[in-house]
Structure formats: structure tokens, C-alpha cells
Design a protein around this ligand. Structure first.
Ligand SMILES: Cc1cc2nc3c(=O)[nH]c(=O)nc-3n(C[C@H](O)[C@H](O)[C@H](O)COP(=O)(O)OP(=O)(O)OC[C@H]3O[C@@H](n4cnc5c(N)ncnc54)[C@H](O)[C@@H]3O)c2cc1C
Length: 310
């Protein structure tokens, strides 16, 4: 087991982690990024990104993240391909561990992201990124004039469904119960929107489609009360049953909200001095790459101030 010692350890290699690395190295902090299993983060699971500034043409998500990684490398950010499994923030320097290494760090930026919860539907995994998405803000634009479905019945599903009506020809909201769990005003908006049809008491049993090019063409739906099944032809399925922040290993170390997101104050400060958090891991609402990147910048500047005052 080898040991790394650093002034600033950045956990995660999504837009938040890489941006933190870029700012920290330019402040002379010699940061070390531990990339995690998903090098480049969530954007590597998508195809076209059309809303990251400075790219007038759509850019592939993996390419965008490779560019950020390259920028880090060119500036001299050290990177280790590793996954943190243990953290001890009870004393400074902080001690973190993976299966192979220990990391001793004077300050830490946590940018481990949040994962969209999957519904476990047959075909969901196969078409993920090819007609199945968990982000209407990101992918809704690609469904202009098309038919889509949203799976879920809470606030998130309602927001996704309403957002999709700006592009799609029709939106089918599929909920396993007979009422929606959201603010009354939001529910009324859904029920009064002519583009939205709600399939109550229903579950999606299968998402299916074409192999070449891989794309969704329909779903098989089952009513849980009548047990009747039917097919709906459509072009996209949005899974909106919530996100899981990747914070299990920090549960005993940091203040988290009831959903497990890291609580921050004065921008990126966590409940432990010297530990900062940025990106989706702190953000139950705005899960977007540009926001994660801007928080990564803030966290690096906050870490610099902390280390200067130390
Ligand atoms: C399919 C899809 C399409 C999207 N499209 C868009 C889009 O078009 N535009 C847009 O702005 N946003 C889009 N998003 C949202 C965007 O990807 C996220 O908001 C953004 O990636 C969040 O960045 P982050 O750095 O906070 O976390 P992430 O990108 O999730 O990165 C988290 C990083 O932490 C690492 N990690 C996790 N646990 C550990 C650990 N224990 N030890 C070490 N490392 C760890 C992971 O390996 C990963 O590198 C999309 C998301 C998805 C899923």
C-alpha cells in the first residue's frame, strides 16, 4: 500500500473535480485528483452535449470530459485512477483510503456526483443514453416533435414532464399509483396540459427499440390493478424517480441533508473546516455540468483561502 501526501485532494473527475483541479494548480496548490471508477463522470454516459458554453456544435460527452482531463494534465494536475473507500476527517491532515493507497491531505474537495436512480426496467440499461435518459434539461431538446414518456409520480417527474412539453409532441406520464405526490399547483398544471396524458396505476415492463442505430421505439405498459398490458409507440423515456448522491462513505464524517446531499455554507464549506464540496453531490436541484464546473472553481478558491490562513 503506497501513501500519497498532498495539500489538496480532489475526489472525483467530473466537471466539478476537473475544474477544481484547473483552478487549484494555477494557484500553486499541487492538487491531486482521485478519478473514481467513472473517469470523466456522468457526462461520459451521454452522446451529444449542446448546452456547455463555447461549443457551437454539439460535443460528445466523453470528448468534452477528455478535453477537461487534458487541460488538467497540461497544467500539471496529478491524477490517480483510484476509488476512495474510507475517509477520516476527525483530525487534520485528513486520512483517506482506497483498496491500494492511503491519501494524507491538508484539505479535500469532494466532487463525487450523484447517480440517477434506475427503475430496473427490462431494456432500460441497453437504451440508456440512446433514448432513455434521466435528464429532460439535458436531452429534452433532442425530442422536438416526438413522443416521449416520463416514469415517476413525484415533483421531479412533474417538472420533467412539463419541461418536455416545450419540445415533444406528446408526453405520457407513467405512475404506479392513482395520485401524484407534488404541490397542488404543479399537479394542476400537468392535468391541464393538453400534451400530457397520465397513465395511472401503471408500470413500464419493457423498453424496446432498434439495434442499428440503437434507438427506442416503444414501451410495454402494465396496469397494476387490472393487470392489462398495452404497448405505446414512442421515441424516448425519461426516468424521473430521483437521484442518489455518492456520499455513503462520508455519512459519519459530514453533515448531510435527509436525502444524503452534502450540506454546504458560504458556498462550498462543509461541516468540517478544510473539507469542501462541489457539484451534483451538494445539489439536489441544479444538476448541470456548467454549474458543477463553477462550483469546482469556487471550491478550489475556498481551499486556497483555507490553506493560506492555516
Ligand atoms: C445521461 C446524462 C446526460 C447529461 N447531459 C447533460 C447535458 O447535456 N448538459 C449538462 O450540463 N449536464 C448534463 N448532465 C448532467 C451532468 O452530467 C452532471 O450535472 C455533471 O456531470 C455533474 O458533475 P460532477 O462533477 O458534480 O459529478 P459527476 O460528473 O457525477 O462526477 C463524479 C465523479 O466522482 C467520482 N467518484 C464517485 N465516487 C467516488 C469515490 N468514492 N472515490 C473517487 N471518485 C469517486 C466518479 O468516478 C466521477 O468521476 C447529464 C447527465 C446524464 C446522466
Amino acid at each position: 500500500m503506497s501513501e500519497y501526501r498532498t495539500k489538496l485532494l480532489i475526489i472525483g473527475s467530473g466537471p466539478a473535480g476537473y475544474t477544481a483541479g484547473i483552478y487549484a494548480v494555477r494557484s500553486g496548490l499541487s492538487p491531486l485528483i482521485v478519478s473514481g471508477y467513472q473517469v470523466g463522470g456522468q457526462l461520459t454516459t451521454t452522446t451529444d452535449v449542446e448546452n456547455f458554453p463555447a461549443f457551437p456544435e454539439p460535443i460528445n460527452g466523453t470528448e468534452l470530459m477528455e478535453r477537461m482531463q487534458k487541460q488538467c494534465q497540461n497544467l500539471g494536475v496529478e491524477m490517480v485512477n483510484d476509488q476512495i473507500i474510507e475517509a477520516d476527517f476527525s483530525k487534520n491532515p485528513f486520512l483517506l483510503k482506497s483498496e491500494q493507497h492511503t491519501y494524507v491531505a491538508e484539505s479535500v474537495i469532494i466532487s463525487t456526483g450523484a447517480s440517477a436512480k434506475k427503475a430496473g426496467i427490462l431494456g432500460e440499461e441497453k437504451f440508456w443514453g440512446f433514448g432513455v435518459s434521466a435528464c429532460a434539461t439535458c436531452d429534452g431538446f433532442f425530442y422536438r416533435g416526438k413522443d416521449v414518456a416520463v416514469v415517476g409520480g413525484g415533483n421531479a417527474a412533474i417538472v420533467e414532464a412539463l419541461h418536455l412539453t416545450h419540445f415533444a409532441k406528446s408526453v405520457t406520464l407513467i405512475h404506479r399509483r392513482d395520485s401524484l405526490r407534488a404541490e397542488k399547483v404543479m399537479i394542476e398544471r400537468v392535468l391541464n396540459n393538453p400534451k400530457i396524458t397520465v397513465e395511472w396505476d401503471s408500470v413500464v415492463e419493457e423498453i424496446y427499440g432498434e439495434e442499428q442505430p440503437r434507438s427506442v421505439t416503444g414501451i410495454k405498459l402494465r396496469n397494476v390493478k387490472t393487470k392489462q398490458a398495452k404497448d405505446i409507440k414512442l421515441d424516448g423515456v425519461f426516468i424521473a424517480i430521483g437521484h442518489q448522491p455518492n456520499t455513503d462513505l462520508f455519512k459519519a464524517q459530514l453533515a448531510l441533508d435527509e436525502q444524503g446531499y452534502i450540506l454546504t455554507q458560504n458556498n462550498t464549506k462543509t461541516s468540517v473546516a478544510g473539507v469542501f464540496a462541489a457539484g451534483d453531490v451538494t445539489n439536489p436541484k441544479y444538476k448541470q455540468a456548467v454549474i458543477a464546473a463553477s462550483m469546482g472553481c469556487e471550491a478550489a478558491l475556498d481551499a486556497e483561502t483555507y490553506l493560506n490562513n492555516k
